[in-house]
Design a protein around this ligand. Structure first.
Ligand code: MRU
Length: 369
């Protein structure tokens, strides 16, 4: 995707030195565009936990490169131990994101095929790069499938603007490129379809206000920021034609964990007969859990609710307090939308019903018997 006309991915190895993995520090967006190097496993774990990088796909790709950093700094003959240690730390850094575990397990399997330290290190690096490249390719493909839904809505509206509501940031900043929920929107724009996006601000971390609105603006897609509570009203007023969101983990039975508040949007969409789609690469499916209620839900510090950060007039990003001292706050990061409220899942292989048999038919090789 383009920033001020220049193409970027959200993570990439330094072309001159692959012991430096470069990321965009998302805590500083949209005010400052800062590229940060990751050079150690611990630094990578902190970057995921403290949300320098965030979003399911990008968390997975970053974990892959974190394993690479663990491998290159391992003691001679101790690479397996270093990778196991890395896997343990990374797994705990963001518990809901399925891509994280998926990436770490893929790296561990790849390393086993190397016969010595050097070969293992090469395999780990190549696999981390493959995870990142695949993430971008899958998002591009799901955009090509998802655009058909927008095209149909546009035809039904005789070419009038299609209004799409999205929650959180499931854009390219949440992946390596393109994004999941945004990929069909970019593809629609490229196909000359008129689109406009309602962007939920997404308290408490404001991924919508800070990231989605900014990335849509960079791409020249018309968008309007709304409060998290506005969506239901807009739906009743027929100002929303469809909802597309991303997901951090989707069970193979079609239940979807996504940013807290997604469930309420799905309920409102259902009540107003508005299609509610979830876009995801297959790396986000959990092939073991049968019930969304078993998905671990991350609980973050209440300080993220009682404070807010933003740009002050002197150009600094500063934190201010919103509440009385000692106000207790409960901060769940995600909620689960049951499959019955979902119109379809947009994947890299096509659009599928949020339902066990249909998902299994589309990904037969993933089925665990
Ligand atoms: O806490 P975050 O910002 O990592 O949460 C991100 C989301 O909830 C996205 O909607 C989700 O990752 C799906 S798109 C990758």
């Amino acid at each position: 995707m383009k920033i001020n006309g220049q193409s970027y991915r959200t993570i990439w190895p330094d072309p001159d030195d692959n012991s430096r993995i470069l990321i965009i520090d998302q805590r500083q967006l949209p005010h400052y565009f800062v590229i940060e190097p990751l050079t150690t496993l611990d630094g990578t774990v902190a970057a995921i936990r403290d949300m320098h990088v965030r979003g399911a796909g990008l968390i997975g790709a970053t974990a892959g490169f974190g394993m690479h950093l663990a491998a290159i700094h391992s003691l001679p003959g101790k690479i397996e131990e270093a990778l196991e240690h890395g896997a343990e730390l990374l797994d705990k850094s963001r518990p809901t994101a399925r891509n994280l575990k998926w990436a770490v397990e893929r790296i561990l399997r790849a390393a086993k095929n190397g016969k010595d330290d050097d070969e293992k290190k090469t395999l780990v690096f190549e696999t981390a790069c493959a995870i990142a490249n695949e993430d971008a390719a899958f998002c591009k493909a799901l955009g090509e499938h998802g655009v058909k839904i927008i095209e149909d809505l546009s035809k039904a509206k005789e070419g009038e603007t299609v209004n799409i509501l999205t929650h959180c940031n499931a854009g390219w900043l949440a992946f390596v490129d393109y994004g999941s929920a945004t990929a069909p929107i970019y593809a629609a724009r490229d196909a000359g379809i008129k689109v406009h996006v309602w962007v939920d601000e997404t308290r408490p971390w404001n991924q919508g206000a800070r990231l989605t609105a900014w990335e849509l603006q960079q791409e020249g897609i018309p968008c309007t920021l709304i409060t998290d509570n506005a969506g239901g009203h807009l739906m009743q007023q027929k100002m929303v034609d469809m909802v597309i969101v991303g997901t951090d983990r989707t069970t193979h039975t079609g239940d979807v964990a996504n940013k807290i508040g997604t469930y309420l949007k799905a309920l409102a969409a259902h009540d107003n007969n508005i299609p509610f789609y979830v876009a995801l690469p297959s790396s986000t499916f959990d092939w073991e859990l049968d019930h969304g209620s078993d998905i671990p839900i991350e609980e973050r510090s209440g300080d993220e609710i009682t404070t807010i950060s933003g740009l002050t007039e002197n150009g600094n990003i500063e934190l201010i307090h919103l509440t009385a001292p000692d106000t207790r706050a409960l901060n769940y990061g995600f909620d689960v939308t049951p499959a019955r409220l979902i119109s379809g899942l947009i994947t890299e292989r096509g659009i599928v019903a949020a339902e066990r048999e249909a998902i299994h038919r589309l990904f037969p090789e993933k089925i665990i018997s």
